[in-house]
Design a protein around this ligand. Sequence first.
Ligand code: CAA
Length: 304
Amino acid sequence: MPAPYQPRSYPPIPEFRTIGVIGAGQMGTGIAQVLATSGFEVRILDVDPRAIARALEEIEARLVRQVAKGKLAENEKRAALARIRPVSDYSAFAECELVIEAATENEEIKRSIFKSLVPHLRPDAVVATNTSSISITRLAATTDRPERFIGMHFMNPVPVMKLVELIRGIATEEDTYQAAKAFVEKIGKVSVTAEDFPAFIVNRILLPMINEACYTLYEGVGTVESIDTAMKLGANHPMGPLELADFIGLDTCLAIMQVLHDGLADSKYRPCPLLVKYVEAGWIGRKVKRGFYDYRGERPVPTR
Ligand code: CAA
């Protein structure tokens, strides 16, 4: 149970300049890149220092490509990279006006992160979570500042995808929402507002489609290739649903389906047993080079 609600008042929201990012996985890495190229100072933390090293390498490689394509000047690239500082503990977030949590999609992990984070924060700092499905109200209640807490859900790959979903918890103040909205515009993205219901808008619609693609495979209606080709050429999707599932991560897809299933208590959200099996095998998609496709060779090869 969360602690009893304690009303409190806050200093005005400061201008965001230095932004903390918690988690250096694919989402945290993309968020850090976008923030740095938009002129923000970034502090990035991960439990695994290797993840941060990988994130910095990836960001540098992507910016080098952008310079090569003439989309970014060499000095802009250097300045952006210099704005990203890896940090090793939460005290480094004391200078941040905004902290964005982008850790694993697991409520327990997120709760423990917020518990460790909030004692270090400035009293006027805003906290955002990039959760793709978990209740913002419930996560906000684990902090000392539910009024200054908001869902800020980026899409993968963050540098490419235009959308950010903004989700207010029951306590989120209008000032927090307006500051988040202005911030999303400043980083060149478009926001939509979703109510705080399981998986919000994008994943409420997208994940049941991916889950249905898993059932289509499970029931033998199509193969991995035919399902993906059908949706790419038949519905004009840039990636087939199984390729997209591998891209998102099958562990994340399953976690979102479980949130939908538990939160809406409707059997139509039942996670496909085949999706469960892939996750149990550890075949969770591109990040481990194996999911519905095997990515170890030159070209992805369907695993079924
Ligand atoms: N990270 C960063 N940039 C990337 C990238 C990545 N992983 N993959 C591709 N890009 C960039 C490329 O560098 C390239 O940039 P430039 O135009 O500046 O050169 C651009 O994207 C296009 O790349 P490509 O030409 O190589 O590839 P493409 O045209 O096939 O597009 C794609 C790649 C943008 C990923 C496209 O396949 C796509 O839109 N796929 C669907 C993505 C999607 O649906 N995302 C939402 C997932 S759901 C979600 O995120 C919510 C959640 O909570 C689960």
